[in-house]
Design a protein. Structure first.
Length: 194
């Protein structure tokens, strides 16, 4: 099994040399962290760069393995998620949970992609009912989301091909236990990066 250094070096080779993260960090910064054997810092910079410059599936597989070897469980899950998006495409939305008084949930949920609610994505069954579909949910920029709160989210459908009809501005309804508990407006759709 390759060491983190080798895996990071291979991930760097999958990116153009001149890419820059939103905060100004570059591949040169990754090389600096490698020189100091700061694998976690090098990994963080690569993730930041890939937030701006689309990275291939192999890149995310390498970063997932580095995270696993460094016992960085939340980073590993994020890299796995991003690898899934590279393979299947990205659906981002603004999600607003109903408050408890409005029929929503009573507690917050962890935003790390483990919640798998049902979604009304606008398709119907033969008898005219909503054809609910499963998608995992990742909440951006916060570890959890509670009743009445709004956040940007990423969706990972169980069957991505059933979601290909979505357009920017479409409104989706999130269900839990057969009850509608949130609305999400699609704000970004990115195709797979094969």
């Amino acid at each position: 099994m390759d060491e983190p250094f080798e895996l990071i070096r291979r991930a760097v080779e999958l990116l153009p040399a001149d890419v820059t993260a939103e905060n100004g960090r570059t591949i040169a910064d990754v090389h600096d962290w490698i020189r100091y054997t700061e694998w976690e810092m090098a990994l963080d910079v690569l993730i930041e760069i890939a937030d701006v410059h689309p990275a291939p599936i192999a890149f995310w597989a390498l970063l997932t393995e580095v995270s696993r070897q460094l016992y960085l469980d939340s980073t590993r899950r994020w890299c796995e998620w991003r690898g899934w998006e590279a393979r299947h495409g990205t659906i981002r939305a603004t999600l607003t949970l109903a408050d408890a008084d409005g029929g929503g949930r009573n507690t917050s949920f962890a935003g790390d992609g483990q919640l798998r609610p049902l979604w009304d994505i606008g398709t119907r069954t033969a008898d005219g009912h909503p054809d609910l579909r499963v998608a995992r949910l990742w909440v951006e920029f916060t570890p959890s989301l509670g009743p009445g709160e709004t956040a940007s989210v990423r969706l990972a459908p169980l069957r991505p091909e059933h979601w290909r009809h979505l357009k920017l501005g479409d409104v989706l309804t999130m269900y839990e236990a057969k009850l509608p508990v949130a609305l999400a407006e699609v704000i970004e759709l990115l195709p797979p990066r094969t």
